[in-house]
Design a protein around this ligand. Structure first.
Ligand code: NCD
Length: 319
């Protein structure tokens, strides 16, 4: 297929694009396991990371992914930039673009910012999270993790639990999981379901103790208190009783069911302190795979024409 120019949402890739990224990820997993996990695929290209919202794993993994591909990386964070002096989003992007960048990775609290950016720059845009809208590379990390563990997503039951309304991870994952043939169920208090839910390809199951038994994957979401204007649950303790994956509740899971969470976790709210240590919890695999799939995304977008087979690590070239 023709490589996508941008990855702003899951639709920019579609089913074929997702499958291509997962396939490429196998190659970059092998690269990442080498003694020197660095290949010259994007030598001479520049990737700018523009983070207007806080991030730990997404920002660091994009940086690591770009560096493993030998791209130059420019990191921008709002707290130390001229945005503090009132510079607009457009002027910021045009300034960065004028320095010569091939890709801009952007995270912003407003929905639609990655689409806006394409009007102001010729660079490829990768969405690292726009408000409560989309987070496509998190989805790719999750699809890759499930594929590694269960073989594929086809026919699997994936139960997503928690603050769906404010979750860009849930929106991108519902699209990606169903595109790959999984059946998705959502479990949440009615106040934490979005108004548009009838149009989503999902089942709503009110009771977690019912949904948990049929799950091949249980996917927990953080309570996004920073996006909630009012209190949407009576108390966090009550939320945990009804919707938290406590250690006791986890005993109802099938033996092979995966426990997933995109991070950051609120231990003791949506997930009990010891549940991330269960043998079937793959939360740290999701983080590690975040680097791998982001290498695949950057290569897919910027590396066309460079043969994968010729990508030796720099020391191996000299052996
Ligand atoms: C998520 C995010 O920022 O959207 N985290 C992540 O990128 N792994 C989820 C969250 O903040 O809860």
């Amino acid at each position: 297929m023709t490589p996508a120019k941008h990855v702003r949402g899951v639709e920019d890739l579609g089913k074929d694009g997702i499958l291509e990224i997962l396939e490429l990820s196998n190659h970059f997993l092998e690269v990442s396991n080498r003694r020197i996990p660095k290949v010259p695929a994007l030598r001479g290209k520049t990737v700018a990371n523009l983070f207007f919202e806080d991030s730990t794993r997404t920002r660091l993994s994009f940086e690591k992914a770009a560096k493993r591909l030998s791209a130059d990386v420019m990191n921008f964070s709002v707290s130390s930039s001229s945005v503090k002096k009132g510079e607009s989003l457009r002027d910021t992007v045009e300034t960065i673009s004028a320095m010569g960048v091939e890709a801009i990775v952007v995270r912003h609290r407003s929905v639609g910012v990655p689409w806006m950016l394409t009007q102001w720059t010729d660079a490829s845009i990768i969405n690292a999270g726009d408000g409560a809208h989309e987070h496509p590379t998190q989805s790719l990390a999750d699809c890759y993790t499930i594929t590694q563990q269960l073989g594929s997503l086809a026919g699997k039951r994936i139960v997503i639990v928690g603050d769906i309304k404010h979750s860009r991870v849930a929106r991108s994952n519902v699209k990606a999981f169903s595109a790959l043939g999984a059946s998705v169920a959502l479990v949440a208090p009615p106040t934490l379901l979005p108004p548009s839910i009838e149009n989503w390809p999902v089942d709503i199951i009110p009771d977690l103790d019912v949904a948990i038994k049929e799950a091949d994957v249980i996917y927990l979401l953080r309570m996004q208190l920073e996006r909630q204007e009012e209190s949407l649950v009576p108390s966090l303790r009550e939320y945990t009783n009804l919707y938290g994956l406590t250690f006791d509740r986890s005993k109802q899971l099938q033996k092979t069911a995966l426990v997933m969470h995109p991070g950051p976790m609120n231990r003791g709210v949506e997930i009990s302190g010891n549940v991330p240590n269960l043998p079937n919890a793959v939360i740290t695999n999701q983080v590690g795979n975040g680097v791998i799939v982001r290498m695949a995304v950057l290569y897919h977008i910027l590396g066309s024409g460079i043969a994968l087979a010729g990508l030796n690590s720099e020391d191996e070239d000299n052996d």
